[in-house]
Write a protein that binds this ligand. Sequence first.
Ligand code: TXA
Ligand code: MG
Length: 319
Amino acid sequence: MSAPQPATTQSIALAAAHLRAGELVAFPTETVYGLGADATNGLAVAAIFEAKGRPRFNPLIVHVSDLAAADVLIEMSNAARRLARSFWPGPLTIVARRRMPSPIADLVTAGLDSLAVRVPAHPIAQSLLRQTGRPLAAPSANRSGHVSPTTAQHVAQDLGDRIAMILDGGPAPLGLESTVVDVTAQVPVLLRPGAIPREEVEHALGASLAEPVAEDAMRPASPGRLASHYAPHARLRLGATDVYEGEALLALGPQPLAHSGPFVNLSPTGDLREAAARLFAALRELDATGAPTIAVMPIPETGLGEAINDRLRRAAAPR
Ligand code: TXA
Ligand code: MG
């Protein structure tokens, strides 16, 4: 059970060590408490979804210490630069095209070509980022379906038994999540209203923000409505108990189906966290072989299996 620990030089150093070791640490930001993991470590990112009990893989916000660190990860369009100059560090998240190759684990973006980045202003978040020396993926530190936590005690109630450490920095000053703006299209889109009012964002841009196209554009991992959404060209055949000539095979567990063609085992031990961490990269890899169909072995519906199956069903849906 992790009880909140007051943020001190020592506890922040320990938290950074936990994060570098792939463990989860909750930390205060100016908006709400975040559940942080090393964004370059797919297994650590998978552990976020596991701890939150998320029913599906929503793309996560990556936190970095400054604009230079953001510039490494995303393409900074003129609009992005304007927004960054006006609001960073602070409660604005910019969704932009991801630079490739990317050090960020595929699971962070749920397979999207875009990446959400923000530079938090909170001094404890800043100090943690600098000491960890890695970009940190961090959704709000609550169980899925619960409201976002604005104190370390809220985090402890929700996640205390599931994470390595909770840094206590007192109540989050803003108490409302960051404003999320997507700059991947010609006209920037307000994906999530948040701590910075729309008018201020529009003033900084010198232009109006567009509305999201689909009702659930805030959750682009759902039916693939965003143009940038990654869906394999290959058809997916789920729950496969045999593999046909010419198919690629996405396997799981110690007894993969016998197959001589393209093949990835998501986890030879059947570890669902490992499987989640590899999922999106595996789909890309098998898709790149040009196989018309990917046969997918059954994935248990337990733990992270639910989110893995959700994503696979979406990728398999007719287009
Ligand atoms: O204030 C905040 O933003 C907090 C603190 C911890 O920084 N974080 C937060 O994260 O609220 P989360 O995971 O609860 O919300 C992330 C939001 C979701 O609406 C998600 O769909 C959107 O950002 N998002 C993330 N990556 C995206 C992407 N590539 N494209 C579109 N939307 C994205
Ligand atoms: Mg949230």
